[in-house]
Design a protein around this ligand. Structure first.
Ligand SMILES: *Cc1c(COP(=O)(O)O)cnc(C)c1O
Length: 570
């Protein structure tokens, strides 16, 4: 007898996200957005925030990546079985797609915290007998298919998700849309909030947008154009039909085309960017909206390597529940910080040897770079001038890379190809490796195991970035372009190092590549390499500052306390 009904006793914050990365076994995430969602849910469980999360089951998962002999990414399906980890809930609901009724059911996964807190996560599923064959495939792929397929997924996520919560007996006090993918849920809420008006000619007045706005919180995650879904209204009409009258939909979601970000912004009382800078940039992109900024974080216990978990447990007990305690990192002796780091480094190097056959030298400064291979992240920037790189780093530097490109992102795959080309050319002079199939497991070995974490996006396109926070938590200093969270975390030569000019510009097409490349090489040569090799106590000071001045603050516990007090409680 399942006790899942207990979850419906208390009104909840409903957290909607197209992707959620809770663990490697549940491959329903593609990158930072999904991992953030997973970390947020784990923190809600730790802090006993009454939350229920909603996402799609994505039975085909996000793909497995290998790299072929020519350096091109190959993709394989990553099928998984929800029944291995989850329980099928009895309730079903219906959504209308292309005029057909489509049944939606959900799988319950429980995120349990050692504090006793639990957050239910509902994985929506349309693979149900009786549904049209094509409809059974709607919840198969993450970011797959064409625009029509994506719209169907968003109908299931937003409208289906809101209806299913209702069917299951959840009472919801706030709906938090993590990115615009879930924004169609506002249409369901609008329908529910409809009120009778005395003047029956006034159709518009019967739609109580204010009541919906009060229930909704929206976080926008990227200034990158492709990150904001847009659907032509003829497609919307054909697939979704008329959930609310078209003129009203156009008023809320954009005149020419349905912009999901616009819809969410117009119907949320609290709109949030994911770092201070991203809040400012979003105000330029969406003039007229009030946009707050609660900076992203990472779930501390998930992202601390076992070596640092031991150390923190010993010197800063209950840090995992209260990561603010990391501010007292100076209680930990330098040698123990260094030993923990060497443990994490050896653990990574063992993995590298097993998977690539390359044996890296644990004595050399090892730089890591791994994340989704989107072009704005400029994964191959460090190879801009090979002669210069060799002059600086030959015999002194090693590089570890990883990351998947979206299957339809040709340019992202070319970046991987170029990196692998350089990996081959530099062999024996600067040893580099590209680790296949970057995912949460690889990340949790890679990031703590390098000495320096590199990030060089085209500013201001890195809305927040979170991998650098994972590095800081494990005493790995950041060496990064001043964008996203790093603008807030960076103190030059104290917590790590910046790359390129100060972040004054808020336009999305600022390009400082030449300055960035110059500075990257210059600081490596003049500051970072000398410090690493000639002043180990100075280096350890920076490692400790990464923990005590970055990780104590840039975590999802701090982030969640802010969401609760600034967004959910109002
Ligand atoms: C943390 C994480 C990311 C996010 O990396 P960014 O550098 O912030 O883009 C992406 N993928 C995986 C698997 C991660 O764990």
């Amino acid at each position: 007898m399942s006790d899942w009904k207990n979850f419906t006793r208390e009104p909840k914050i409903a957290y909607f996200s197209m992707e959620i990365g809770l663990s490697n076994d549940i491959p329903t995430y593609s990158g930072g957005l999904g991992v953030l969602a997973g970390d947020t849910i784990k923190t809600a469980a730790d802090l006993k925030v009454p939350m229920v999360a909603v996402t799609l089951v994505c039975r085909k998962g996000y793909f497995l990546q290998t790299i072929d002999a020519e350096g091109w990414q190959q993709e394989y399906p990553r099928e998984w079985k929800p029944e291995t980890f989850m329980e099928l809930l009895p309730g079903k609901t219906l959504v209308t797609i292309e005029g057909r009724d489509v049944k939606v059911q959900s799988w319950l996964y429980r995120v349990k915290s050692p504090t006793g807190g639990q957050v239910p996560v509902l994985f929506l599923d349309t693979d149900i007998p009786g549904n049209d064959d094509s409809d059974r495939r709607i919840t198969d792929e993450l970011y797959g298919g064409d625009q029509g397929y994506r719209l169907k997924q968003e109908i299931v996520l937003g409208i289906g998700g809101a209806r299913l919560l209702d069917t299951l007996g959840f009472s919801i006090r706030k709906y938090h849309m993590n990115e615009g993918h879930a924004s169609l849920l506002t249409l369901e809420l609008l329908t529910r909030a409809r009120r009778p008006v005395e003047d029956t000619w006034d159709e518009r007045a019967s739609w109580d947008t204010r009541r919906v706005t009060e229930q909704c919180v929206f976080t926008t995650h990227t200034p990158v154009e492709a990150g904001h879904d847009r659907f032509p209204y003829d497609l919307v009409q054909r697939i979704m039909g008329e959930v609310i009258p078209l003129p009203l939909l156009k008023e809320l979601a954009g005149k020419e085309i349905l912009n999901t970000t616009m819809l969410a912004m117009n119907l949320s009382r609290f709109v949030n960017g994911v770092a201070k800078k991203h809040g400012e940039v979003s105000k330029v992109l969406f003039p007229g909206f009030e946009i707050h900024a609660i900076t992203n974080g990472i779930h501390p216990f998930t992202w601390a390597s076992p070596y640092f978990v031991n150390l923190f447990n010993q010197y800063l007990p209950s840090w995992a529940k209260e990561p603010e305690l990391l501010v007292r990192v100076d209680l930990i002796p330098d040698e123990e910080i260094w030993d923990a780091h060497c443990g994490a480094k050896a653990y990574l190097f063992q993995y590298i040897e097993e998977t690539t056959g390359v044996r890296l030298d644990p004595e050399l400064l090892t730089v890591g770079f791994a994340r989704r291979s989107a072009t704005y992240k400029r994964g191959d920037l460090i190879f801009s001038d090979i002669d210069r790189l060799l002059e600086i780093g030959e015999g002194k530097l090693q590089l570890v890379f990883g990351g998947k490109a979206h299957p339809r992102d040709r340019a992202g795959k070319e970046v991987i190809h170029r990196i692998i080309d350089q990996v081959k050319r530099l062999r024996g002079r600067i040893d580099c490796v590209y680790l296949e199939n970057y995912n949460m497991d690889v990340a949790s070995r890679l990031i703590p195991g390098v000495d320096l974490w590199l990030n060089n996006p085209l500013r201001p396109l890195e809305a927040s970035g979170t991998s650098g926070m994972k590095a800081a938590l494990n005493g790995v200093p950041n060496f990064s372009v001043l964008d996203g969270w790093w603008i807030e975390g960076h103190i030059e030569g104290v917590t790590g190092w910046g790359i390129g000019p100060a972040p004054t510009d808020n336009s999305v097409d600022a390009n400082h590549s030449a300055e960035d490349v110059f500075d990257l090489y210059h600081k490596l040569e003049k500051t970072i390499l000398p410090l690493f090799y000639q002043d180990r106590p100075g280096w350890i000071r920076i490692m400790k500052n990464a923990i005590g001045k970055n990780a104590y603050y840039f975590n999802t516990h701090v982030m969640m306390r802010r969401y609760v007090t600034e967004a959910y409680m109002h």
